[in-house]
Ligand binder design. Structure first.
Ligand code: SF4
Length: 335
């Protein structure tokens, strides 16, 4: 075991996680619970995680809720069941805490679509603009931004900026276009996108609606404009969940990552939730990055306290400023 562990540590960067054999008879739910107590650890999980991970989490939420929890927790260890930029955000907000991510390779196509060196050149072309960046970006992009936003607070953040102040919005062009329509602000957009939300098929969703005429279509604003145009409701992941709780329809076609269906079904056991199909052979649309995390990897990272997120202090301080600004504006707006 000692040799196996040493070998796994050597391969950690290459594999993204400690590839150590886990006894199949181990009750992972009980073990994770034990480790939480022993190590004063908290598990923060995104709604797009697999159901088992959501069920062992101390807090489940979208990016805004998760960053608020990361900023206020008094745990010694934050285990972030989500993707890399989310764990980075937790480290930026809580540098004195150990932040663990079950799989370092859990990245994000949207965050990857904005490399900081290229974005800096783009930003420099608009010296009088301020930069509002969606939280789905690397620490490098955050450090080049003035305010961060999430899909839950983006409208309020944009409205908090004086009307005559020009804005660059990054990195998601679909969310940016949606926000231009919603707020009437003519923002310059970075040309990035999320691979999961971009591949929903308008044609297949329309056919699904014909088969389920009573179903309401609810969509995340990272989707393309043609899909948003047929949605009955558009909102952040939390916004979609809350909508299904207060709305009186019995059936929904859900146009976002399928992980959220677990909470929707738990909160509304009598309602039906249909995942919207993507433009490929699959019936539903999972984020391949989010789904790299498994219950086994979660257990392993808690047991061995690796992989850990670390960050150079200058970058952390620069990236923290626009996140603090977002948290202030959100608190003022009661979000
Ligand atoms: S769903 Fe899209 S934005 Fe979210 S983590 Fe996956 S690739 Fe990134």
């Amino acid at each position: 075991m000692i040799i196996e562990l040493a070998e796994a540590k050597k391969n950690l960067q290459k594999k993204g996680f400690l590839d150590v054999e886990v006894d199949v008879k181990l009750d992972l739910f009980a073990e994770i619970d034990r480790l939480k107590k022993e190590k004063n650890a908290i598990i923060l999980a995104h709604y797009y995680q697999e159901p088992d991970i959501q069920d062992v989490a101390d807090y489940i939420g979208d990016s805004l809720g998760l960053s608020q929890q990361a900023a206020k927790t008094d745990a010694d260890i934050i285990v972030f069941a989500g993707v890399h930029f989310m764990a980075e955000t937790a480290k930026i907000l809580s540098p004195q805490k150990k932040v663990l991510l079950p799989d370092l390779k859990a990245g994000c196509s949207l965050a990857d679509s904005a490399p900081p060196e290229l974005f800096k050149k783009f930003r420099d072309k608009y010296p009088d603009h301020i930069v509002i960046s969606y939280i789905n970006c690397s620490a490098g992009i955050k450090a080049l931004s003035d305010i961060i936003c999430t899909s839950s607070n983006a409208e309020k953040i944009i409205e908090s900026v004086p009307k005559d102040q020009p804005i660059i919005f990054a990195p998601d062009r679909n969310l940016g276009s949606y926000l231009i329509k919603k707020t009437g602000r003519d923002m310059v957009l970075w040309n990035g996108a999320c691979m999961v939300h971009e591949i929903f098929s308008l044609e297949k969703i329309t056919k699904l609606k014909v088969r389920h005429p009573e179903a309401k279509i609810i969509a995340h604003p990272e989707c393309e404009a043609n899909v948003l145009a047929i949605a009955d409701f558009i909102g952040s992941t939390t916004g979609l969940l809350k909508f299904t709780q207060r709305d009186d329809a019995q059936e929904y076609i859900v146009v976002t990552e399928t992980g959220i269906l677990h909470q929707m079904q738990k909160e509304n056991p009598a309602k039906t939730f249909i995942p919207a199909p993507p433009n490929n052979a699959c019936a539903c649309n999972d984020c391949p990055h989010m789904k790299l995390n498994t219950l086994e990897k979660l257990y392993l990272c808690m047991e061995y306290e690796e992989p850990e997120i670390t960050m150079e202090e200058g970058l952390r301080i620069a990236a923290k400023k626009p996140i603090d600004r977002m948290l202030e504006i959100s608190a003022q707006a009661g979000l």
